[in-house]
Design a protein around this ligand. Structure first.
Ligand code: CU
Length: 153
């Protein structure tokens, strides 16, 4: 048997097996509704599933961290922990931010799988709206020229 054929077969086998060994990722859908008071407080519902199989993630531990991508280190929002809600894969948490605007929400997930999901949501008087699904390397959004002061404290 020519050595080259053998090597090719081994390579193909490795590629076939690789996806099954890859760590599963979580798919997270976050929806927050503003409370009447206090200001900047939200009731958040999180639906978690296995991104590959679509199966709901039960028994997960989820810690939410929030920061403003345009102003790192300015806000000091404590982490919030989600509690299981009314259906499999659903969790809820009450969070307290300190202003409206775009927040990078980081979800640290442990339990049935381990993952970290980051996305930017716009938080306003009604609730949250997904702006941008993030990877791990948070890219800075270009500030529109001649429109400063969008982010005042
Ligand atoms: Cu801010």
């Amino acid at each position: 048997m020519p050595h080259r054929t053998c090597l090719l077969a081994t390579t193909l086998l490795a590629f076939t097996i690789a996806p099954a060994l890859a760590a599963d990722r979580a798919r997270a859908t976050l929806d927050c509704k503003a409370l009447a008071s206090p200001e900047f407080a939200y009731d958040c519902t999180l639906d978690l599933s296995n991104a590959r199989t679509g199966a709901p993630l039960e028994g997960a531990t989820i810690i939410l961290g929030a920061d403003m991508p345009s102003m790192p280190m300015v806000h000091n929002v404590p982490p919030f922990e989600f509690k299981p809600a009314d259906k499999p894969g659903r969790y809820q948490a009450r969070i307290q931010l300190d202003m409206y605007g775009p927040w990078a929400i980081k979800l640290r997930i442990a339990g049935p799988l381990r993952d970290e999901v980051v996305a930017v949501y716009q938080f306003g008087a009604e609730g949250s709206e997904l702006r941008k699904r993030g990877g791990s390397g948070a890219k800075k959004e270009p500030q529109p020229a001649g429109k400063p002061g969008q982010h005042r404290h």
